[in-house]
Design a protein around this ligand. Structure first.
Ligand code: AMP
Ligand code: GLY
Length: 426
């Protein structure tokens, strides 16, 4: 079967790498892809939001399955466009993608389905948001309701910073129309976890747990990013906790989406805070996480293409997945300055040395090929991912590989997986 994968990040390189292991894959096309995906299939020069061109291309190449990586085309209804053309597409409809694309919609769904999340208020006018935040003396979390590339959330320990954040989002328009609505919610305390599940409309298959590292700095300091590293599994999610998450969060969400007339299909990603009082939803995403996908898929032993087809066909109940029990750690190498402005076009060296290490895969994200070299082309540049006997071992291997890779201004966190290591005591 020919498959078209849409996207160009580290997540897509991991998806492409895994799809090439499928026994039923004929040709993999990636639009637009990156130098990493070019090693897995054919990169096609069509942008992720160019639905008409992508549908035409899929028709021409007799594509049997389209896999959509990022949230923007999903929110714009690209899955609906492929399905209207009679082409199977992995991902939710545009209406169901509101679960991520409109945090106000997600809050309302959670409220209606009694799903635990932070207490929140939704505002459409800055003056109202300001007046409300001014009454608060506890920390607040201010969020743009729309899509903001993982950067639309401000955790403000001092509520007066919350007012400044609300002003940037609603008045200065730093996220454009994504900031037309604002969520102000209570700050939750605890450890985060990402739980991703395949959902086919009725059935669900929960993947192994993982944990992201959102802030730019070690010790979870500084502004939020798209994610600076991840590992799998997350020991904070015990078996008992996982059962509770499935029962109290995932199942009611899928049921709620069906009741709402927007049945869910694709990957449902619940970003959770594991608080002293149990798991609480921070956000839903309607796609694979980036960088969580890199460590999760490195542990998947089963055929990803088969599972994705089962999601599209509504036969997920007939699928069972096998996982490598060994833990994985992914360290993101970023351009100096990210998540603010940064320079591009820096030559990357040491990639081959890093890849020659056992049990290491270097997933490309913001890279480009230029005159025979690989150069930086984005904020998050590489996801250096390793598997080990223990989480500490996986961490050591990942950083050993990181240290072989050089580019001007390269930055990474040095504490990826430390929370898991402390918890496990190894
Ligand atoms: P979101 O995109 O909504 O997941 O938010 C991005 C990040 O902001 C999360 O991964 C958390 O680190 C942080 N965050 C979001 N909401 C809250 C909250 N209510 N309490 C504490 N931290 C939060
Ligand atoms: N790692 C966070 C995200 O994919 O949104």
């Amino acid at each position: 079967m020919n498959v078209l994968l849409i996207g160009s990040g580290g997540r897509e390189h991991a998806l492409a790498w895994k799809l090439t292991q499928s026994k039923n894959l004929k040709t993999l096309y990636i639009a637009p892809g990156n130098p990493g995906t070019a090693r897995c299939g054919k990169n096609i020069d069509i942008g992720v939001n160019d639905a008409d061109k992508l549908v035409d291309f899929a028709r021409q190449k007799s594509v049997g399955l389209v896999v959509v990586g990022p949230e923007d085309p999903l929110a714009a209804g690209i899955v609906d466009a492929f399905e209207a053309a009679g082409i199977k597409a992995f991902g939710p409809s545009g209406a169901a993608a509101k679960l991520e694309a409109d945090k106000a919609f997600a809050k309302q769904l959670m409220r209606a389905s009694s799903i635990s999340t932070a207490e929140a208020r939704i505002f459409e006018r800055f003056s109202d948001a300001k007046a409300y935040i001014a009454t608060r003396d506890e920390p607040v979390v201010v969020k743009a309701a729309g899509l903001a590339k993982g950067k639309g959330v401000f955790v403000c320990d001092d509520p007066s910073d919350g007012i400044l954040a609300a002003e940037k989002v609603m008045c200065d328009g730093i996220f454009g129309s994504a900031g037309d609505k604002l969520i102000v919610e209570d700050k939750l305390l605890g450890e985060e976890a990402s739980i991703l599940a395949f959902v086919d409309g009725r059935n669900m298959y929960v993947m192994e747990s993982s944990q992201d590292h959102k802030p730019i700095g070690d010790g979870d300091t500084g502004p939020n990013t798209g994610g600076m590293g991840a590992y799998s599994p997350a020991p904070v999610v015990t078996e008992k906790m996982m059962n509770q998450i499935v029962r109290e969060i995932l199942v009611p969400t899928i049921d709620g989406m069906t009741r709402n007339g927007t049945p869910y299909k694709g990957v449902l990603y619940a970003g959770l805070m594991i608080t002293a009082g149990g798991p609480r939803v921070l956000e839903f995403n309607v796609r694979f996480g980036d960088p969580e996908t890199q460590p999760i898929l490195m542990r998947l032993k089963s055929d990803l293409l088969e599972v994705m087809l089962a999601v599209c066909d509504g036969t997920l109940d007939q699928v069972s997945l096998e996982w490598d029990p060994r833990p994985t750690v992914c360290v993101v190498m970023a351009s100096g300055g990210y998540p603010d402005s940064y320079e591009k076009g820096k030559k990357i060296t040491g990639l081959q040395d890093a890849e020659q290490l056992d049990d290491v895969i270097v997933f490309h994200a913001g890279t480009a090929a230029k005159n025979g070299d690989i150069v930086t082309a984005g904020g998050r540049v590489l996801g250096v991912t390793a598997i080990g006997q223990t989480i500490a071992d996986a961490k050591t291997r990942a950083y050993e590989a990181v240290d072989k890779i050089k580019f001007d201004g390269a930055y990474c966190r040095r504490d990826i997986a430390d929370k898991a290591i402390r918890r496990k005591g190894n």
